[in-house]
Design a binder for this molecule. Structure first.
Ligand SMILES: Nc1ncnc2c1ncn2[C@@H]1O[C@H](COP(=O)(O)OP(=O)(O)O)[C@@H](O)[C@H]1O
Ligand SMILES: [Mg+2]
Length: 337
């Protein structure tokens, strides 16, 4: 229902509107919104997002701004996913490129949600130059009072599905799984080895997107940068933000009164990556009570990957491997299995 309602708006807005240019002389103005006068919710979100706090005016380069007439939705465009604070639909960019469009349906459209979507676009722009084959391709953004039903938009390349759906639908061979694990580790290396490393903070199978390469081969890409953040001196990552089951212990507000002295580091992603690998190989959601059983099963089914998961999910961040060490380990595994 919601999707039908906004699609009506979308198609309306996809045509240039009389006088619209005059009413919106500066389509980037939303990116310079100040941080004053937030509701309580918005304040909480800003404090959970140190980058917003320290850089209240993330400016997106002109090259990432999409003109409203460049994006269209048709009746056959489907809802691809429905996350906690946005929905993702299929659209077409510049007449021919199928894309995924993340937007806020009217019942989710709040100031805070809009700011978080703009912030996600900003992070995506940072990790998209140069483009990396294992990071979802960012196409651009478009917002303001003339966005779809007033919602900012975030447009990315269209992939086939997320990793959770793939695991539910198909039986993956070890070779296919290894390819996917390697792809994600390359993507993490790229994020973590930036001059100012970026922590994704929400690595889990629903945020990893896949595209079919061959009959049993997949390319995996890291998506959903809604919780991602910079690590930088004086700006330690904040608690929370991820999906609890996959969250490293040091990131859980329930186990910490305040962030650890060294801050939340890229090693938080390595922990989530380990849990994700465990889930994909065992085909079981590693809930707290079944976690040990899953690990035990993995030891007999695939010893190399068992070792990797054990290392990645160490309680102490410094005992976990770096993304680059994960790549090394997997590259050896792939030749052995
Ligand atoms: N580029 C894409 N191509 C195909 N499906 C996508 C794409 N982006 C997101 N999805 C689908 O939408 C779901 C929610 O997207 P996500 O970005 O994770 O939103 P949220 O921040 O609400 O979790 C994903 O789990 C996936 O199933
Ligand atoms: Mg998500």
């Amino acid at each position: 229902m919601i999707i039908m309602a906004w699609r009506k708006h979308a198609n309306g807005f996809s045509r240039p509107q009389a006088g619209a240019e005059d009413e919106s002389p500066d389509e980037t103005s939303y990116l310079r919104a100040d941080n004053n006068g937030h509701s309580r919710d918005a304040d909480e979100c800003v404090s959970a997002s140190p980058m917003l706090h320290h850089h209240p005016a993330p400016l997106l380069a002109q090259e990432w701004l999409i003109q409203r007439h460049e994006l269209v939705f048709s009746e056959s465009d489907i809802l691809l996913g429905y996350g906690g604070c946005a929905c993702i639909v299929r659209g077409t960019y510049r007449r021919s490129q199928p894309v995924a469009v993340k937007l806020l349906p009217p019942d989710m459209l709040t100031d805070t949600a809009a700011k978080l979507l703009q912030r996600e676009a900003y992070i995506l722009s940072l990790v998209s130059r140069p483009r990396h084959p294992n990071i979802v391709g960012f196409v651009g953004t478009w917002s303001g009072p003339h966005g779809v039903a007033g919602s900012p938009l975030l447009v990315t390349e269209l992939l086939d599905m997320d990793l959770r759906e793939l695991c539910t639908r198909s039986h993956l061979t070890k070779c296919a799984m290894l390819g996917i694990f390697l792809d994600v580790s390359y993507g993490l290396c790229y994020l973590h080895e930036q001059m100012q490393p970026i922590i994704h903070r929400d690595i889990n199978p629903s945020n990893l997107l896949v595209k079919r390469l061959g009959s049993s081969q997949w390319r995996a890409k890291i998506g959903d940068f809604g919780s991602a953040n910079h690590t930088s001196q004086g700006s330690v990552g904040s608690l929370g933000g991820g999906t609890e089951l996959y969250s490293a212990p040091e990131t859980l507000p329930s186990t910490q009164s305040e962030p650890p002295a060294e801050g939340i580091t890229v090693k938080a992603d390595i922990y989530s990556y380990g849990v994700t690998v465990l889930e994909v190989v065992t085909g079981t959601l590693p809930e707290i009570d079944s976690y040990e059983r899953c690990v035990k099963r993995l030891r007999s089914e695939w010893p190399d990957i068992h070792t990797l998961v054990e290392q990645c999910t160490q309680a102490r961040p410094r005992n976990r491997p770096t993304a680059s060490q994960v790549v090394d380990l997997l590259e050896q595994t792939s030749t052995k299995d």
